[in-house]
Design a protein. Structure first.
Length: 426
RNA sequence: GGAGAUGUCGCAUAGUUGGUCUAGUGCGCCACAUUGGAAAUGUGGUAUACCGGCAACGGUAUCAAGGGUUCGAAUCCCUUCAUCUCCGCCA
């Protein structure tokens, strides 16, 4: 959500944001409603003030009856205005929730991902002296999963990791969490069951009608709860309605949670293997900071993800996502993509996003500035730290040997009991 | 899930026969005074949002949330939510 004052004063900037982000331009409708809402507020408030004044005179008045009648009459007028006000305010509110965040000037302008720009490439994809196996073959031959069995028990797009690969997943997660803790992140294990409103407050969805998320979010039948797609959603609301102390910023969280996605629009894509599943585990970096710290924090959490790529010895690249690709609530976004030998391409492992004050307005998360005493909305940012099992795919594919075994990156070996290799025994 | 209790301005509390409650007090915090400096003490201040106004300032709303009764609600009624205690169930 944007600041209504900003929209009033900069309608052209907002219109442009709608255009480059591919969202409908509703600015004129919104501003017209805004004018009417303010008129009605002024009218009702003036009348209420008058009524309050009369009510206050009643207890001491000698002749109460005329005052009571007068107050009652004003009350009826107010009720009529209030009805229109409530209606117009709800409409305004809905439009306010349909205005996208203004993209950063640095973001490439374009309608979709084809306009994305590669900004950095690290490492070189390995040249294999044997035919590398895709993830599913490595999983099969090492007994690291049981796809048919699990599909039969639980349905498709879910997985079970077995044996050493499951251990490796734990090692990766522990490595990442420890690293983030050492960098001043507060580790938090987040719930996955939440209220729809909480998801809405993260600003991924437009408008005021919560049912729009039914396509993407698993609702829990016969309850008012749903399954969260990421810990970002929970952490985003962690300081809702609070006024934080400037000295406590930036607040950095590393949130772990199981993540649930319907993947409704992905039918038929990535059906094999473990890259796209309904349920996975993720550690998310999430930062609350002053708006002027936002760029610095963006670099910080982006670098953390890059460091993980390097620790896992993965060739990777960083993308600057275009305005049309970055989504409704974002100022700027950088995907980090690792090399997937089986696909002969780079593929997203994490996504670093600056949200500005967009989410903070929805959650009402603010801080008090020491120097001025002013209360301001915080800026928020989020980035994947590690998403599992997807991140295991480039690790096993890039580090595989001809016999199907997989070398463990040095950084992870301490978390694997000193082992240097897994699999390949069959 | 069953029974009961509670939910007030950062924290702790007063206020529940509806009307100077524009919510009192204590603590905390800020400023000033006092002091060589500090403690202690004293005085004053101490919310947020929105509307109007160049501004000073004025107004409206907020006593968990929403609705209702009333000329008037922190106080009465209804609904929801949260917390606590006991029971049930259970990792």
């Amino acid at each position: 959500m944007l600041d209504i004052k900003f929209i009033r004063e900069n309608p052209d900037i907002v219109k442009n944001a709608c255009a480059v982000k591919n969202f409908p331009d509703i600015v004129d409708d919104l501003l017209a409603l805004d004018v009417r809402v303010r008129e009605l507020k002024t009218i009702t408030q003036t009348k209420t003030a008058e009524k309050n004044k009369i009510s206050k005179e009643i207890p001491t008045a000698t002749d109460k009856a005329p005052l009571i009648a007068q107050s009652k009459a004003i009350g009826e007028e107010i009720a009529a205005d209030m009805e229109e006000l409530a209606e117009k305010e709800a409409a305004l509110n809905d439009l306010m929730h349909r205005v996208p965040q203004i993209p950063d000037a640095s973001a490439p302008v374009g309608a979709d991902e084809s306009a994305n720009v590669e900004v950095k490439r690290v490492g070189t994809p390995r040249t294999f002296d044997f035919t590398p196996r895709p993830q599913w073959e490595l999983l099969d031959m090492n007994g690291w999963w049981m796809p048919e069995k699990i599909a039969g028990i639980c349905g498709t797009r879910v997985y079970a990791l077995c044996g050493e690969l499951a251990e490796l997943a734990l090692a990766v997660q522990t490595y990442v969490v420890q690293k983030l803790i050492s960098k001043g992140f507060k580790y938090i294990e987040c719930p996955s069951i939440t209220k729809p409103q909480t998801i809405f407050n993260a600003g991924h969805f437009m408008g005021s009608d919560l049912s729009v998320m039914n396509n993407d979010v698993f609702m829990l039948a016969d309850t008012d709860r749903c399954l969260a797609g990421t810990a970002e959603i929970i952490i985003n609301s962690l300081h809702a309605d609070e006024i934080l102390n400037e000295n406590d910023l930036p607040l950095k969280y590393a949130g772990y949670s199981p993540c649930f996605r319907k993947e409704a629009g992905a039918a038929g894509r990535d059906t094999r293997g473990i890259v796209r599943v309904h349920q996975f585990n993720k550690v998310e970096q999430y930062v609350f900071c002053k708006p002027e710290q936002s760029d610095e924090m963006h670099e910080h959490i982006l670098n953390n993800l890059c460091e993980f790529m390097e620790a896992f010895e993965l060739p990777y690249r960083v993308i600057a996502n275009s305005t049309g690709d970055m989504g409704f609530n974002k100022v700027k976004m950088n995907d980090v993509e690792a090399w997937f030998p089986s696909e002969n391409s780079y593929r997203e492992l994490g996504s670093c996003s600056s949200i500005g004050q967009f989410q903070a307005r929805r959650t009402n998360t603010r801080y008090r500035e020491n120097a001025t005493g002013e209360v301001k909305y915080v800026a928020t940012l989020n980035n994947t730290a590690i998403a599992l099992p997807r991140a295991l795919v480039p690790i096993i594919e890039n580090h595989q040997n001809a016999d199907g075994s997989v070398n463990i990156p040095k950084a992870l070996q301490p978390y694997m009991g000193g082992r240097t290799k897994i699999g390949g025994k069959h």
